[in-house]
Design a binder for this molecule. Structure first.
Ligand code: 76R
Length: 249
């Protein structure tokens, strides 16, 4: 048996995609719509308090294309809290006007492929902690997709020796690092939690950098030979100031 990579696991993560039932939404009066929006803003305010207490983080993006109208990405220390948040949202008035279109459950993951030898407890290392328990950036754009590593015939990632995987991950990391300052990535592991093995969430202030990075990685062996991808979701930051116009009809 090949050696399994060791992972460090951080906050649990829910990507919750919703479409809006605009026809029903339009039937409300302005006052009713304002009330529904205010209730949702109240929920966001609660999430902000949690974020300021460093007990979680969240981001809201308006999704382009027909797969969804918006995405809520929420990170919390426990699976229970994610569940509570999902339930709390589902009980809001706004939820009555949304249609769930996709969701993804995972946990922030760092693997040891590129980690050096060390005797320290990684969970006490401030740099590692900032990645396991991140504050999501308010980047202008976000891109999410789930992915697997192939297990097919001769192309089976899980049959490769640790050293081979390390070498390929090194090359992967080098490409990734050349996008430092342009794209921030959060890898979340989802084996046992959802249909794919990882969720990839990218943040950038220049949306084109997603295409450039993902395209460049397609030529790198670990993606070219072993990457299998689910649906891609791309969106624009739905900042609090944009929410009013987003819901306005
Ligand atoms: O964690 C680290 O920064 C160390 C290097 C590193 C690891 C271990 C790293 C760097 N990644 C790692 C693991 Mn990655 N990554 C992806 C995708 O579209 C595609 O082809 C693949 C989707 C992107 C765009 C991306 C970006 N990475 C992983 C894993 C887990 C693999 C496993 O355990 O088998 C997956 C699935 C994955 C996928 N990666 C980086 C990036 C970027 C931008 C970096 C550089 C980060 C930085 O140095 O700041």
């Amino acid at each position: 048996m090949s050696e399994a990579a060791q992972t460090l696991d951080g906050w649990y993560c829910l990507h919750d995609f919703r479409s809006i039932d605009w026809s029903s939404w339009k039937l409300l009066t302005n006052e009713e719509r304002q009330e529904v929006t205010n209730e949702f803003l109240g929920l966001l305010e609660k999430w902000n308090v949690t974020e300021n207490d460093e007990q979680g983080t969240h981001a809201l993006y308006s999704i382009v294309g027909q797969k969804a109208d918006f995405m809520m990405m929420i990170l919390r220390p426990t699976m229970e809290e994610l569940n509570d948040i999902e339930l709390e949202f589902n009980k809001t008035k706004l939820a009555e006007f949304t249609i769930p279109t996709y969701s993804y459950v995972s946990v922030v993951e760092l693997s040891n492929y590129l980690a050096g030898e060390s005797n320290e407890d990684p969970y006490q290392n401030p740099h590692i902690r900032s990645r396991l328990y991140p504050k999501l950036p308010q980047a202008k754009y976000s891109c999410f997709y789930p992915m697997d590593k192939r297990r097919q015939g001769d192309d089976n990632w899980y049959m490769l020796a640790m050293d081979e995987r390390k070498e390929m991950m090194r090359s992967h990391g080098l490409i990734g690092r050349s996008y430092a300052g342009k794209v921030k990535q959060i890898i979340t592991g989802s084996v046992g939690f959802d249909d794919y093995e990882w969720g990839v969430t990218l943040f950038a202030d220049d949306v084109l950098q997603f295409k450039k990075l993902v395209y460049e990685m397609r030529f790198d062996e670990v993606s070219a030979r072993y990457g299998e991808f689910g649906s891609f979701f791309v969106g624009n930051l739905l900042s609090p100031t944009k929410l009013d116009s987003f819901f306005h009809v």
